[in-house]
Design a protein around this ligand. Structure first.
Ligand code: 13P
Length: 325
């Protein structure tokens, strides 16, 4: 049985991105695998008046069960009504790797899908993306595509080296595929180890020249930034203080993300920052209160810290807070 996202209370990304482009901010796209993460995302976005994209990777679907995740997302729509003024929410497939997976998500209530053909030869990326776009658009679902390859590891997506997006390809790609937004590679990467730098050394800046050229060639077209966690050093220090071992974990400096959010970048993906904040809180409870064995006593504090982190991001990095009128 197929179900339309509209019946479930989700929206596609069209209007979200149009507003973000007009007002110069980025919509947060936060990944979730479990209840506490999803509760935190929704609570933070309702409390800060930010539109939100909740996204699910194929790894998350395997971990949590596709049916369970879908119903959880539907629960999040209902939960918003209990906790305040609901904000526009999209349910998005992150890094879809096949037409079949995208179709399955569209048929089961996703309002937006990513088809990631970035590892394929150019013409094959076009053919696959176009096929997904045709099916998605027939269902009023929006499609994110990718050109250029990000380094790093995220669930099943991994690449050792990145390939910057070639701005000379973007017009042809968007015209021939009909995609609604484009993820580009300008130096961000997935995971908590984004740059190989020694402690105290600064990280290389993102390639804003590529972003500028892409947006000049695609005026008004929404650009997506993957691998955009800033890897908060306080969370890393807490993890290490309480028995963790994260050596030289570094992310994208917040001022660079602020700059990107004001440009044609309309969607900023954050997964690792949530993982780090959650791990820090859980480790702290385990070490400071070794007598606790109730999951609510360690996942609860993790959820509280997640809410604070997402709110802070919406307010002071992405600029998406207080945008829902
Ligand atoms: P981070 O690993 O930087 O959080 O990136 C997540 C992402 O891009 C999901 O697609």
């Amino acid at each position: 049985m197929t179900v339309s996202y509209k019946e479930l209370g989700f929206v596609n990304t069209k209007e979200m991105f149009a507003n973000a482009m007009k007002e110069g901010y980025a919509v947060p796209a936060y990944n979730f695998n479990n209840m506490e993460q999803l509760q935190a995302i929704v609570t933070a976005c309702v409390e800060s008046g930010s539109p939100v994209i909740v996204q699910v990777s194929s790894g998350a679907r395997k971990y949590a069960n596709a049916t369970m995740l879908r119903w959880m997302a539907r629960g999040a729509v209902e939960m918003m009504k209990d906790i305040g003024k609901p904000v526009p929410i999209a349910l998005h497939l992150d890094h879809g790797d096949s037409f079949e997976l995208c179709k399955d998500c569209i048929d089961s209530g996703f309002s937006s899908v990513m088809i990631d053909g970035s590892h394929l030869p150019y013409e094959e990326n076009i053919a696959l993306t176009k096929k997904v776009v045709e099916y998605a658009h027939a269902n009023d679902v929006t499609v994110e595509a990718e050109l250029g390859v990000l380094a790093g590891i995220e669930d099943e997506v991994s690449a050792e080296h990145h390939t910057y997006t070639d701005p000379a390809q973007v017009e042809d790609f968007v015209k021939r595929t009909g995609c609604d937004s484009l993820a580009i590679s300008i130096g961000t990467s997935h995971g908590a180890y984004k740059f190989k730098v020694k402690p105290g050394e600064s990280v290389p800046p993102l390639r804003f020249d590529i972003l500028e050229e892409v947006s000049n060639r695609l005026p008004g077209f929404p650009i997506v930034l993957h691998g955009a966690s800033s890897v908060d050093q306080k969370a890393v220090a807490t993890i290490n203080q309480y028995g963790g071992k994260l050596d030289n974990a570094v992310g994208i400096p917040e001022d660079q993300l602020r700059k990107a959010a004001k440009s044609a970048v309309c969607k900023i993906n954050v997964d690792s920052d949530g993982r780090l904040v959650m791990t820090a809180a859980v480790r702290k409870v385990f070490v400071t209160k070794p007598e606790e064995f109730d999951p609510r006593k360690y996942l609860g504090p993790a959820r509280t810290d997640l809410i604070a982190m997402y709110k802070e991001k919406n307010q002071s990095v992405l600029g998406s807070a207080n945008r829902v009128k």
